[in-house]
Design a protein. Structure first.
Lengths: 226, 86
């Protein structure tokens, strides 16, 4: 199974993600520069974290106009799993692949700390191995991570089961404590916390197994899981 | 063709919190002697220079750029476009 890790100018979690995909989960991952085309035989796409274009104008908005985003849109329409982490989530939102927007944290601070997520939707390609309401200890590292959507969008998200993760407590002022959402079809998922920084016991002071299930869910979706 | 300066102001829509503006108001301005201030809103301004035949065309062209390239996020922000002679 081939996983594309997209690299934008200013991505800085691409290598962490690549390491986890290849060394921890034995996946066939490959980097794709944002100006390249994606091949047709890709099985999953990951937009990693970082600060594409230095967050200029607004986090993710300039990268959302990268040539490769058109290919990501086509892949998303085919139902192929797409995951955006942190800046990757911001890019998915700014490119219209996911609803809502990510604003500056209420504290106006860059927040780098461990949080707990609650799984609200266990039917996506990245959450199918979780029990509903499962808890995931996982770090955040962002300045613009406050998820916001207007009331109508929030109602729709709830109705269509598009809220994938919530923080267990108020972290940054996100609407309804939302930490991750998916598109209507459920194959495109965006999340602010960093699963690639939480799946190895050496760097997870709490429990690395829940975060690992995000990648194991993808393996299961592709038919190569346990 | 004439050169115009176009100021694009991006600010939060009413109802979207502006913690930076609130902090400037509450923790700086109101802590001094300026008690008549009731509100401060932060905004981002982009200054364009554009060559067009007239002010009206310059304004509509810049508005089009703002909409097409998502210079502002319409869910949370609004833009004001002001044209000046350069």
């Amino acid at each position: 199974m081939k996983v594309a890790v997209i690299v934008f100018p200013g991505s800085n979690c691409d290598r962490d993600m690549y390491h986890v995909l290849t060394d921890v989960f034995n996946l066939d991952a490959q980097y794709y520069w944002h100006e390249k085309e994606l091949p047709k035989n890709i099985d999953a796409v990951i937009l990693p974290g970082g600060f594409s274009y230095g967050d200029r104008l607004r986090a993710g908005v300039i990268a959302a106009n990268s040539p490769i985003i058109k290919d990501v849109q086509k892949i998303a329409e085919k139902g192929i799993p797409v995951l955006g982490v942190c800046n990757g989530f911001q890019i998915l939102v700014e490119s219209g692949l996911l609803p809502g927007v990510l604003l500056k944290n209420e504290s106006l601070n860059f927040m780098c700390e461990w949080t707990n997520l609650i799984v609200e939707n266990n039917e996506t390609p990245f959450t199918n191995q979780f029990k509903l309401n499962a808890k995931i200890p996982i770090p955040i590292a962002n300045g613009e991570g406050r998820y916001y959507a207007d009331d109508n969008t929030l109602k729709k998200l709830k109705k269509k089961n598009q809220i994938v993760f919530r923080y267990s407590e108020i972290v940054n002022g996100s609407s309804n404590r939302i930490a991750g959402v998916c598109n209507e079809d459920g194959n495109v998922v965006g999340m602010m916390p960093h699963p690639e920084r939480a799946v190895e016991s050496e760097i997870n002071p709490v429990d690395n197994k829940p975060s690992s299930l995000i990648f194991e869910s993808l393996l299961t979706k592709m038919g190569v899981g346990n | 063709m004439t050169s115009f300066n176009v100021h694009v102001t991006i600010e939060n829509k009413p109802g979207i919190s502006d913690p930076e503006g609130e902090t400037i108001l509450n923790d700086l301005v109101l802590k001094g002697t300026h008690k008549t201030i009731s509100k401060i809103k932060t905004a981002k301004m982009l200054k364009f220079t554009i060559k067009e035949k007239d002010k009206k065309t310059a304004k509509s062209k810049i508005q089009e750029i703002c909409d097409d390239l998502r210079i502002y996020n319409p869910m949370v922000s609004k833009v004001t476009v002001d044209v000046f002679d350069s």
